[in-house]
Design a protein around this ligand. Sequence first.
Ligand code: 6R9
Length: 643
Amino acid sequence: MDTALAEDRRFPPDEVFAATANADASIYERDFEEFWTSEARSRISWFRDFETLYEWQPPYAKWYLGGSLNVCYNCVDRHVEAGNGDKVAYFWEGEPLGDRRALTFAGLQREVVRFAAGLRQLGVRKGTPVGIYMGMVPELAIAMLACARLGAPFTVVFGGFSAEALAGRLTDMECEVLITQDQGWRKGRTVPLKANADDAVSRAPKVTTVVVLERTGQGAALTEGRDHTWASVVAGQPDDPAACPCEPMDSEDLLFLLYSSGTTGKPKGIVHTTAGYLTGVATTHHYIFDISPATVYWCAADIGWITGHSYIVFGPLANGTTSVLYEGVPDFPERDRWWDIIERYRVTVLYTAPTAIRTHMKWGPQYAEQHDLSSLRLLGSVGEPINPEAWIWYRKHIGGDHTPVVDTWWQTETGMIMITPLPGVTTLKPGSATRPFPGVQAAVYNESGEPVGPGAGGYLVLKRPWPAMLRGLYKDDERYRATYWSRYDGVYFTGDGARVDSDGDLWLLGRVDDVMNVSGHRLSTIEVESALVDHHDVAEAAVVGRADAQTGQAIVSYVTLKAGVDASPAKLTELREHVAMRIGRIAMPANIVFTPELPKTRSGKIMRRLLRDVADNRELGDTTTLADPAVVEEIKTRAVTEA
Ligand code: 6R9
């Protein structure tokens, strides 16, 4: 019945790795208050030390009360002051081949100072809300840091979002300034960022100033009096940090909002503040990715998502880490693009999503095999439950059969990684995010709020506040309470299902709305997906429940086969039998739809809600965050013919 609990492969910590690891087992013994106090004091530079560690008035927390600091100072200036100005902060790899740049901490400081000074001249002050709508260029990080330097809260809107989505966010935050670029690059084609921005700004009347980075030189025309090129904004500005100093910010001052979709149509504005967020991301980044001065770290996410905020920009920079920043996609111009980048920069840590790993699996290991990946010493996964087979493939073909793989569970709301192994300490289990990060208290509850025993499924909750936790939903106290704090008293409801095993390790099962109920049996979509992906011909699978008069729900699966495998009726039977063999007949999909691609959000999560609607023959809901809308049409046609 349970593939997760049937997964018995174990990877104890490697002794050589453990000998130099940042964490050892004693980290779990540390007292909660001592831990977050000393991490904050040792990892962060304060203009004024804090007085109180935290204050908890459920459901609102405050951290490091009385402290004063600046995020940009911590991410940039202090590293230059400490003599590390020549160290590379970002190796930037643009999509067009050969479009590269190495930006040192000193170089980053000069650019941030000039841009912040330019923004200041345009009227940006402490508290001015700023929208940022850009692609993966160094100027995106520079813009975020410049805002933080001035104390201007910002919201980054993913460059793949539509004008409408951008307008909604700009309006909700009441942004006065928008920083964008003429066009972005994606798979050899241009993305019309400025044209979308124009459309959005026409619907967001508070935006009176637009700054446009010229990336391709072919964007929409500038509007006189409103638009300024990035070059004109920085022209003549000083690069001396003293000329545009870092604004002292209170620990609880707003740092940014990040909008995330919820169960209703309106995205939630998730609030993150200054000190707790920075402490949380710097501390987790240090221990989980085992960061040392020699690390070359690559988080292959987009900065437009929380993963990019916390683990491309703020965590790595606060720790003075050298990172790779990449503009393109994994298969342009060729499918070995990532492996070429890793070889060239001697990347030591790679952090990516299961969907990317499964895509590489589908293409086969030959692309990775063309490159020397021996620099890698640690791999990370985030965004979805990782199927054991994908975990094993990742470790074997990318990690040279020896690197630890850390499966990190967290959310936009948590700001920082919450459940994760620590490399060199934790015994790894493929498919398990293992245990809460030190100082984090998690549990799995049943419907009535009691902790479930080993093997049973329930809801993942977080039992006490943590530094980087959201400080609410922007201007929506009611929705904040209803979404996270109404199911259980004083306990944060994550919306994710999980199981605990007999060692106390956690196995994430996906969103609770992904839990199916077939003839009274609780089945997780991820378990059936894992069983399907476990078959050697399957590249990727998505599973949803559809309404069924007899069984309550019936299982529908969408399957992408590996290259060269025929989608025959015989294959269909074989896959159903395979699931029966792995989990039991109860888990056999009623329907299997073969499809060349699965519909995914732009952050790579499979859109199960959409697939459920297809399975139930319902009107399709909102698809604005879909990476490729054509995929759904294709699946609808196939679902009708193959159901
Ligand atoms: C960081 C990020 C949050 C949701 C979360 C959960 C899923 C993320 C996961 C995982 C299983 C992991 N999720 N990491 N599920 N294992 N390692 O992805 O934030 O975009 O807000 O999504 O993603 O369902 O609730 P966000």
